[in-house]
Design a protein around this ligand. Structure first.
Ligand SMILES: Nc1nc2c(ncn2[C@@H]2O[C@H](COP(=O)(O)OP(=O)(O)OP(=O)(O)O)[C@@H](O)[C@H]2O)c(=O)[nH]1
Ligand SMILES: [Mg+2]
Length: 394
């Protein structure tokens, strides 16, 4: 399961580090009454029992001063796009230009946020401030006290709601129902580590269990006899892209079939845009430039797929003279989005959905087609249309 990144922002001394200690029930962040105690963004991973795996990001105050302070604020701002959601701390009913500015940035990034009025033991949240902020920003404003966190369950409930907004609850949740039977066709070849399954398969099994559906896991060789002897008609068959064609031949055309990478592509958002964008491969022209967006710099398999495999297959499939550009890690865009005929994003396994969406938004807003590695490969291998059928009905 992807970890939820929750950034905690606000002025110096508002109790950001204290809040992390309260939420995790541990004294992990350094707290002091000296303003500017936290200087750099600090990420800490926690398993909150019965809730989620989260990464809290403690940040420096947004009201820091001087040259160093300015640099610290810049670091805090850089953290925002990496967050799935944000907790903004205020105290003493102060919500001024600084806070308004920050909220504007958060809203521009489309990140859900919550306002926490801390230190209610000193001064409680004024009802007028609460009402004004809640109606202006359509979000909850909670009065809180890190020293006596009596209403921590209210805070967790609010975070839970934000979590529902910021992450899709399930990979397959929209298309499967309890007790549906899914066939997972997973070849065991030399690339699969001994004694294990690869992560996408494990994630899928977990997701199917979460939906109270049933998964049957088998290898391609067993499909025909399984269907014949049991008479079971699976609701959906999911398989590895590598063996898609072989599996497709054995699955009757009226049983939906898709691949693990298509289901996973769906999780990071912009899926419908990917579907539209992928089909524009058929309209590529000589001289078009295609941008491949990578998200990390150390994944050699992905690097090979993005830098070598996809360009070679695209040239072969289209027969056109195409140019390719690459942007590694999360490096900034240097050209205008309109310089590109198509943008192909990697699977983004190392980044949050939020980061990925922030990165693709300029292209989508400029009407530039976007796709991702898995869907482009599916298209170039002739398995795209069948593997997205189920998702097109959304
Ligand atoms: N009275 C009261 N004090 C609090 C509360 N929460 C935090 N504090 C105190 O406020 C001071 C600042 O707390 P921190 O958690 O260090 O604040 P911060 O926002 O991380 O501050 P910087 O790292 O300096 O930006 C500490 O002395 C805390 O003990 C609260 O709810 N009530
Ligand atoms: Mg701090």
């Amino acid at each position: 399961m992807e970890k939820l990144h929750i950034a905690i922002v606000g002025r110096r001394n508002s109790g950001k580090s204290s809040l992390i200690n309260v939420l995790t029930g541990q004294k992990v962040a350094i707290v002091s009454d000296v303003p500017g105690t936290t200087t750099d963004p600090v990420k800490r991973s926690y398993e909150i029992p019965g809730f989620a795996s989260v990464v809290f990001i403690d940040t420096a105050g947004i009201d820091d001063t001087g040259e160093l302070g300015r640099q610290r604020i810049a670091k805090t701002t850089e953290i925002l796009p990496q967050s799935d959601f944000i907790l903004l701390l205020i105290t003493e009913n102060r919500f001024e230009a600084m806070e308004e500015n920050l909220v504007r940035q958060i809203q521009n990034l489309h990140i859900p946020f919550l306002i926490l009025h801390n230190k209610s033991d000193i001064l409680s949240l004024h009802p007028d401030v609460k009402n004004t902020l809640e109606s202006r920003y359509k979000t909850q404003v909670i009065d809180f006290c890190c020293r006596r966190p009596e209403n921590i369950s209210e805070l967790f409930e609010a975070i839970r709601k934000l979590k529902q907004i910021s992450t899709s609850p399930s990979l397959l949740g929209k298309i499967i129902r309890p007790r549906d039977i899914l066939l997972l066709v997973t070849p065991i070849d030399s690339e699969v580590p001994v004694g294990r399954l690869i992560l996408p398969q494990v994630q899928m099994i977990r997701d199917i269990l979460d939906n109270h559906s049933v998964s049957i896991v088998l290898q391609p060789e067993e499909i025909s006899s399984f269907l014949l002897t049991t008479g079971i008609r699976p609701r959906l068959v999911i398989t590895d892209s590598q063996v898609f064609k072989k599996v497709a031949e054995q699955i009757p055309a009226n049983i939906p079939l898709t691949s693990f990478s298509i289901v996973l592509a769906h999780r990071k958002g912009y899926f419908q845009e990917y579907i539209k964008g992928t089909r524009t491969i058929d309209r590529l022209q000589d001289g078009d430039t295609i941008l491949l967006l990578e998200s990390c710099s150390h994944h050699t398999t992905c690097e090979d797929i993005g830098r070598v495999k996809i360009p070679a297959l695209l040239k072969k499939y289209t027969g056109k003279q195409l140019n390719f550009e690459f942007i590694p890690a999360l490096d900034p865009l240097e050209k205008s989005p309109s310089a590109y005929a198509l943008v192909i994003q990697c699977g983004g396994c190392m980044v949050t959905s939020q980061q990925l969406q922030t990165r693709l938004r300029p292209f989508i807003e400029s009407g530039i087609p976007v796709s991702n590695y898995g869907m482009t490969l599916a298209f170039l291998n002739g398995i795209f249309e069948r593997s997205i059928q189920e998702w097109e009905k959304e």
